[in-house]
Design a protein around this ligand. Structure first.
Ligand SMILES: Nc1ncnc2c1ncn2[C@@H]1O[C@H](COP(=O)(O)OP(=O)(O)O)[C@@H](O)[C@H]1O
Ligand SMILES: [Mg+2]
Length: 377
């Protein structure tokens, strides 16, 4: 609990209908003033001043008192409201001009805040938030530009080489292939950015339908067949005959493809990738494990950030958006993802999704009765 906040999070704000200290000051001042008035009258009587003077002097006296009070109140209003509001107006102007480093100090200490202080504190908080959003935006723009630069430079170089006309037929083919590959990377990057943007702004309306997750996993695994063979990876699949979930199938395709492609990408030839599906207490879990390079704890913390790529030796493939997309999709599907990884030993990504009961007749078996299917190669 800090000074100005109660345990329940609400702030202690000075808000008294009858401030005793103010009452004390007013009473003291009025008593003193009327005391002086009485003293003046007695003095003038003793001195036997003329009636007219005896009327004018008290009037002048009260005039001076009224002037004093006016000046005092004016000064008080100025220091309590006008100056802080002026500082706030200046700060707002700075923020409007794009400077998010401003900070307006509160007038009172944390234990004596008034509503103006609260407004100032909230203003400071708002500026801080705006500042971080702005930083994220600038980071995003510079990341995108950086990711686009490399393929564009490749396309430009090879196109220039092709134009010289001095290259052999074989070289021409190779250059064209390189151009195609770079264009492919650009197009992947842009589609991933668009997808992520749609997912983040909730502009995607997921088509939630019940389907068999095991069938989907099998299809995805088959799509990687060529890559397993190319890298000579051992594949182990361990799952039930079927497991039903309610989710958007095409978005979930993206999840499995990203996790499997990472496992393949970050595992050295001869390694092993294991895909395991289990069901328990209303949830379905799918884990994708590999015996690849693994990650440091610092990497594990950041892999779901946009554009983060931990292993720079692989960074020419992919753009660090895969896991950011996976995470976003799983949020939409009410799922979760967790990672366990050890550098040099491998990683396990585990996705957990709410299970959907199989419709009558559709499920051959579920839960404990399930038959396990292992496909070890
Ligand atoms: N199976 C894995 N093994 C080791 N590192 C991984 C694995 N999956 C992801 N990573 C790390 O997480 C980073 C982000 O992954 P991702 O978002 O898919 O981007 P990309 O695949 O484009 O690099 C990768 O660059 C890598 O450092
Ligand atoms: Mg990836």
């Amino acid at each position: 609990m800090n000074g100005g906040e109660r345990a329940d999070g609400s702030r202690m704000i000075k808000d008294s209908l009858f401030p005793l200290s103010l009452f004390g000051i007013f009473l003291g001042v009025l008593l003193l003033m009327s005391g002086i008035h009485v003293g003046l009258v007695v003095l003038m009587n003793d001195l036997e001043w003329s009636d007219i003077i005896q009327i004018i002097v008290p009037m002048m006296y009260w005039g001076a008192v009224a002037m004093g009070l006016t000046l005092f109140t004016r000064k008080k209003i100025k220091s309590t409201y006008e100056e802080p509001l002026h500082r706030l107006a200046e700060a707002t102007k700075q923020v409007a001009e794009g400077d998010f480093s401003v900070y307006v100090p509160t007038i009172h200490t944390a234990d004596r805040l008034d509503y103006l202080d609260v407004m100032i504190t909230d203003f400071n908080k708002m500026v801080e938030e705006l500042g971080s959003v702005e930083t994220l935006k600038t980071d995003f723009v510079s990341n995108v530009s950086h990711e686009m630069k490399t393929p564009i430079a490749i396309i430009k170089n090879y196109a220039e080489l092709l134009q010289t006309g001095k290259c052999a037929e074989e070289e021409k083919l190779e250059y064209a292939r390189n151009i195609e590959e770079a264009a492919g990377r650009l197009s992947d990057l842009i589609s991933n950015i668009l997808r992520l943007n749609k997912l983040e702004n909730q502009r995607i309306d997921p088509e939630m339908k019940k389907y068999d997750l095991c069938g989907q996993l099998e299809e995805c695994i088959l799509n990687f067949e060529e890559m397993w063979d190319e890298k000579d990876l051992e594949l182990e699949v361990d799952m039930e005959e079927n497991a039903f979930i309610r989710a958007d199938r095409s978005l979930m395709d993206m999840v499995w493809n990203n996790l499997i492609s990472n496992a393949v990408k970050f595992t050295e030839p001869g390694g092993r990738v294991t895909i395991q599906q289990t069901a328990s207490q209303g949830h379905i879990e799918v884990s994708v494990s590999d015996t690849g390079c693994g990650m440091s704890s610092e990497s594990v913390r950041r892999i779901f950030d946009k554009f983060y790529q931990g292993d720079t030796s692989h960074s020419k493939e992919g753009n660090g958006l895969g896991l950011a997309l996976v995470k976003r999709i799983l949020i939409l599907m009410n799922g979760e993802i967790s990672v366990v990884s050890k550098e040099g030993e491998g990683s396990t990504f585990t996705v957990r999704l709410p299970a959907s009961a199989p419709s009558s007749g559709a499920g051959r078996n579920t839960g404990q009765e399930s038959e396990e299917k292992t496909d070890g190669r």
